[in-house]
Design a protein around this ligand. Structure first.
Ligand code: SAM
Length: 233
């Protein structure tokens, strides 16, 4: 007589052991990195608990995808540390109806988080190879509420303005002036501002023709290279 084997917990869940591992890694990322860093918005935590961050990093680095540091994604660029993604996203206070501009598509991970939390997202990247790779990953995991552009995001995306929120994932010597005119009244912008080696992560809210701004925390981002950012060297 053959005694049928009980399905293992992995078989019962329908997930492979590796997928299970990444689910556990995401839960640990939330508990050990995001919440201690001050990310408390349940919508942000739920989105980041769901999105498969490991698919956005180069294959050889998947096992490090949920670690508490940025990772290289090729072309001299990085995917930001999970807690920074969480804090930047939380600062935008998205409710689900917004039109958002994302500057610096990079791997596409931040864009995926924004696609979960807003109505539509417009994302600009200056390096075409990164933009094309991000598009493939986002389509593979079935996001459709975004548009990509290859170009200089320091000039914003005037044809699609005004935006409810703008997130800039590269450091600029100052806030590009075009972002003010491309934000709705009361719209929120998060951007690293400062020198090439270190910056302050700034939240700026449009109040008429000016910004009311505050520093969220010190940070270190790659340069925003463009007409209203750093010159290419
Ligand atoms: N948000 C990305 C992610 O989730 O992987 C990480 C962005 S990475 C820290 C910064 C990105 O900004 C790089 O991919 C870089 O090529 C891009 N970048 C720099 N200057 C830019 C500009 N003027 N316009 C658009 N993208 C720019």
């Amino acid at each position: 007589m053959v005694v049928p084997r009980r399905p293992s917990p992995f078989q019962r869940s329908g997930l492979t052991p590796q997928q299970q591992d990444y689910q556990i890694s995401r839960k640990r990322m939330i508990a050990e990195q995001l919440i201690p860093a001050g990310v408390t918005d349940p919508r942000v935590l739920t989105a980041m608990a769901k999105i498969p961050r490991h698919l956005f990093v180069p294959e050889g680095m998947m096992s490090q995808a949920y670690s508490d540091h940025p990772l290289h994604i090729g072309e001299g660029q990085t995917i930001s540390q999970p807690a920074i993604v969480g804090l930047m996203t939380q600062a935008l206070e998205l409710k689900g109806h917004e039109k958002v501009l994302d500057v610096g598509t990079g791997s596409g991970y931040q864009l995926a988080v924004l696609c979960e939390l807003a109505k539509e997202v417009f994302s600009i990247e200056r390096i075409s190879k990164l933009s094309n790779r991000a598009r493939r990953i986002l389509y593979d995991i079935a996001y459709v509420n975004f548009k990509l552009r290859i170009g200089d995001g320091s000039m914003g995306w005037p044809e699609e303005a005004p935006f409810d929120a703008i997130l800039v994932a590269a450091g600029s010597p100052e806030i590009p002036s075009v972002y003010l005119s491309q934000l709705k009244e009361g719209g929120r912008l998060v951007i690293p501002v400062g020198g090439s080696e270190s910056q302050d992560l700034v939240l700026a809210i449009r109040r008429g023709n000016t910004f009311e701004s505050k520093v969220i925390l010190p940070c270190r981002f790659v340069k925003l290279i463009g007409k209203q950012g750093w010159r290419e060297t």
